[in-house]
Design a binder for this molecule. Structure first.
Ligand SMILES: [Zn+2]
Length: 76
């Protein structure tokens, strides 16, 4: 199992943790509410965990233009 982080807006791969001993506890997922988990975490067919975050580029764009956060893909 590996954990892959991608930007929720531009789909850019941000990072990947491929070590075998990755627990949800270590990743901090236990801090999330069930709704947040559904929104942020998904699983692909390989059993990998996909975590949707916001990359630095999109974060800057959203900080500069907060109204863009209302859109799913502001940069497309
Ligand atoms: Zn992005």
């Amino acid at each position: 199992m590996s954990v892959k982080y991608i930007c929720r807006h531009c789909q850019t791969p941000i990072g990947e943790i491929s070590q075998g001993e990755v627990s949800e506890f270590r990743l901090g997922f236990h801090f999330l509410t069930p709704d947040e988990r559904r929104d942020i975490i998904s699983y692909n067919l390989n059993g990998d965990v996909i975590v949707k975050v916001v990359c630095d580029y999109c974060k800057e764009a959203l900080d500069a233009n907060p109204e863009l956060s209302l859109l799913t893909s502001p940069l497309q």
